[in-house]
Design a protein around this ligand. Structure first.
Ligand code: C2O
Ligand code: CU
Length: 511
């Protein structure tokens, strides 16, 4: 098989065995959809703007099976995952994030200065969650999201400089769905359009989250959470469902597969619908990637249980159910067969600008080597610390606005895989070690699995905004130590009206 974790991970919870959760004993739970506070019209272009607020808060959650044994978390509106933001293409969003967190992280001891990134959005630099553009406790920032892109599953998460892993692990992450006419017509909607935010965790003896990053390599928790619940069971009707699977684990990759041997019908990748659906028996799913697939439950019998399993390496500890993710129990509820998506398995989905890009349009090829140097994770030998030391002037690439380029990530250092994420753009995977990308990767992407000994070639067009954007490993432990650089679209400007450190600073909460 394809390795998904390069260590023989031994992370284990310290909970007494009787307090440990077991698979398939919890009901599936969907995070609530966030309600807008207000609506307005942007005078610049007459477009509708929805205004939302989320407050980052310390809270506690019932994750473990013993009633009252609560786990302290950090959450948007105090819940993990945060509420889902659900919007239609072309409607702009202004999201105010209020930092109401304590001054310091209970486990890490670091200052809880946050920066909110909407992963998958082509935001202006000052609204992109630039890691060093922090909002301190007691402050807030309003992020503006253009939402001109096609339907896709995005997610918002903390990106606070050097502490993203612990902050996201503690719960600062949520999904954001963008719909468009095509996705609405082709794919199941409403309660048949299901968010799966999948992560892993380990627990201390008192029920709080444990943290062990294996010497800044990665955390492989022994409990799998789906929407914050351990190995839940979802009741499903005999029809087609759409699942938006986000791997929100800070390090772990999954290899999802169905216990029936039936395929998952892959319909969308990070950047939205694929040109055509791809049935796959299993696939490799790294941190931050989003894959959307259909499962057709119409052919199963009432009472049948179908497991979504994980073929990745086990944790190699006594207690280990990390080979399971969740289960579906087929129920005998009447199916609304007037809904044309109830049994539709579309084959042709949607073309997109990035999937239509031609390699011959590329004006430049750049290669980035990812590896560990003197204990630090680096991109071509560079770390975010060096970007800070340059007063944010050091850039790994300067790309003309509108240019099409090939970027290659080379991981030849061995022993590790890196999910590499480029902010602002969607890209098309041209090849992996000279061979065609996997079937399930044949869609628009913003994060790519770069396995041990792999070199991947990516094609993308830079825009529509100018400015500085980050590139980093989405194993968040690597990102924090310190595998992140930035590139710039367009020429340097001084002063720069879109400088991520100056253009839209945080303001005191409540203003
Ligand atoms: Cu998911 Cu730089 O982020
Ligand atoms: Cu990495």
């Amino acid at each position: 098989g394809v390795p998904t974790s390069a260590v023989n991970a031994k992370s284990a919870s310290a909970l007494a065995d009787s307090l440990m959760p077991r698979p398939f004993r919890t009901d599936f739970f969907q995070p609530p959809v966030l309600k807008a506070d207000a609506e307005s019209i942007d005078p610049a272009d007459g477009k509708k703007v929805l205004h939302y607020t989320v407050t980052e808060e310390a809270a506690s959650a019932q994750i473990l099976p013993k009633a009252g044994l609560l786990t302290p978390i950090l959450g948007y509106n105090g819940i993990f995952p945060g509420p889902t933001i659900d919007v239609y293409q072309g409607t702009k969003v202004e999201l105010t994030v209020v930092n109401n967190l304590p001054l310091r992280h209970a486990l890490g001891g670091h200052s809880l200065d946050t920066s909110t990134h909407l992963h998958g959005s082509a935001s202006l630099p000052q609204y992109d969650g630039y890691a060093s553009d922090i909002t301190r406790p007691g402050f807030q920032k309003t992020y503006k999201y253009p939402n001109f892109q096609g339907a896709r599953t995005l997610w918002y998460h903390d990106h606070g400089v050097h502490h993203t892993a612990l902050n996201a692990y503690s719960g600062l992450a949520g999904q954001y769905h963008m719909h468009d006419a095509n996705s609405e017509r082709l794919l199941p909607r409403g309660k048949y359009d299901v968010a799966l935010t999948v992560s892993d965790a380990m627990f201390a003896a008192n029920g709080s989250l444990g943290y062990d990053d294996n010497s800044q390599s990665g955390l492989w928790g022994d409990v799998v959470l789906v929407n914050g619940r351990p190995w839940p069971v979802m009741k499903v009707q005999k029809r087609v469902y759409r699942f938006r699977f986000l791997n929100c684990a800070i390090s772990r990759s999954f290899r999802p597969t169905l216990s029936t041997g039936d395929p998952l019908i892959m319909v969308a990748t990070d950047g939205g619908l694929m040109p055509s659906a791809q049935p796959v028996r299993e696939y490799r799913h790294a941190s931050a990637e989003r894959y959307e697939f259909l499962i057709d439950f119409s052919k199963y019998r009432t009472g049948q249980r179908i497991e979504l399993r994980n073929l990745s390496n086990k944790n190699n500890v006594d207690y280990d159910f990390t080979d399971k993710i969740m289960a579906f129990d087929v129920v005998d509820e009447p199916v609304d067969t007037t809904d044309p998506t109830w049994n539709r398995i579309p084959s042709t989905l949607a073309s997109s600008e990035v999937m239509d890009l031609q390699e011959s349009k590329s004006s430049k090829t750049r290669r980035f080597r990812v590896k560990r140097d003197n204990g630090m994770w680096t991109i071509d030998g560079v770390t975010w610390e060096q970007v800070i030391a340059s007063n944010y002037s050091k850039v790994a690439a300067e790309v003309p606005l509108g240019a099409t380029e090939i970027w290659e990530f080379e991981n030849s250092s061995g022993g590790w895989f890196h999910p590499m994420h480029i902010h602002l753009v969607d890209f098309k995977i041209l090849s992996r070690n000279g061979r065609a990308p996997f079937a399930y990767e044949k869609g628009p992407k913003d994060t790519v699995y770069v396995g041990e000994g792999e070199t991947v070639r990516l094609l993308m067009k830079f825009g529509p905004h100018e400015g500085k954007y980050m590139v980093h490993c989405h194993n968040l432990v690597h990102e924090d130590h310190d595998m992140m650089v930035q590139y710039r679209v367009g020429a340097a400007k001084d002063p720069d009206p879109n400088d991520p450190m100056e253009a839209a600073p945080a303001v005191p909460a409540g203003t």
